[in-house]
Design a protein around this ligand. Sequence first.
Ligand SMILES: Cc1cc2nc3c(=O)[nH]c(=O)nc-3n(C[C@H](O)[C@H](O)[C@H](O)COP(=O)(O)OP(=O)(O)OC[C@H]3O[C@@H](n4cnc5c(N)ncnc54)[C@H](O)[C@@H]3O)c2cc1C
Length: 245
Amino acid sequence: MRDVLIVGGGVSGLAAGIFTARAGLDTLVVDGGESILARNASLENYPGFPDGIDARLYLRMAREQAKSAGCKFELGHVTSAEPIDDTDLEAGFRVDTEGGEPLEARRLIAASWSDSEWLTPLDVGREQRGSKYMVRVDDGGRTAVDGVYAAGRIAGEPHQTIVAAGHGAKVGLAAIHDSDAAFYHDWVAPEGYFTGRDREVPPGCEEIDDEERLERDERARETMREWLAGPFDDEPTMHPSVETE
Ligand SMILES: Cc1cc2nc3c(=O)[nH]c(=O)nc-3n(C[C@H](O)[C@H](O)[C@H](O)COP(=O)(O)OP(=O)(O)OC[C@H]3O[C@@H](n4cnc5c(N)ncnc54)[C@H](O)[C@@H]3O)c2cc1C
C-alpha cells in the first residue's frame, strides 16, 4: 500500500509528486501517455527561463527531478478506481490499469488531463465543460471523496503550464497535510536560520552549511550544463486531427 498514487505524469502530477515524495510519502506516479505540453513548440511563459525552454526538455527535467525526490514511476493507462473498503475510506483505494496488476494507495491524486472517466466509480463530482469533464475540488484540490484529490487542468485550472505546476504543488501539500507526515514547509535554509534563534529546524525544512550549499550549487550547474548542452531532439506532437504526411 503506497501513501500516494498520482495518476498522470504531466506537469501537475510531477509537481505534486516532487512535494509528496520530498515529504517522505511513498509516491507512485502512473502515466499512460504523454503530457499535452508535448504539443507545445516553445515554452516562453514559465518563470525562470528568460528566453523560454523546449517543452519536451522541460518535461524530461521535471520527471528527473521527481525521480530524484523519490517518486517511483509506472507506465500504465488507468481505467478505474474504487475504495478498498466502501465503509472505510481510510483503508485506501484500488486502481486498475489496462493489462496490469491492480495498484493500491492510501491517497489518490488525479492529474490525468484530459481523462477523468476512470474516476466514475468513485463519484468524486465531475462536471462537463464543453467536450471535457472537470473534477470539482476545494481550495486544496480535495474532491468530494476523502483521500481523493485532483490537480491541474482536470481540476478546472487555467490551461497554462505554470498554473498546472503550481496547482500540483498545492495539491501535493494538501495530501501531505491530510497525512500523518510531520511537515511545516519544504524549505532549504542556510545554517543558523532556525537554530541561530534557538529554534528546532521544523519538519520538512533543512539547514545546510556553506560547504554543502556550494556543493549543491556546483551539482545543479553541472546538471543544467548537461541538459542544455545541445538541442533536444524530440519534435512537438501535432494535434491528432491535423493530417501529416
Ligand atoms: C499546442 C499546445 C501548446 C501549449 N503551449 C503552452 C505554452 O506556451 N505555455 C503554457 O503555459 N501552457 C501551454 N500549453 C498548456 C499546457 O500544456 C497545459 O496547461 C499543461 O500541460 C496542463 O498540465 P496537466 O498536468 O493538467 O496535464 P498534462 O501535462 O497533459 O498531464 C496529464 C498526464 O496525464 C496522463 N494521463 C491521462 N489520462 C491518464 C490515464 N487514464 N491513466 C494514466 N495517465 C493518464 C497523460 O498521459 C499526461 O501525461 C499548451 C498546450 C498545447 C496543447
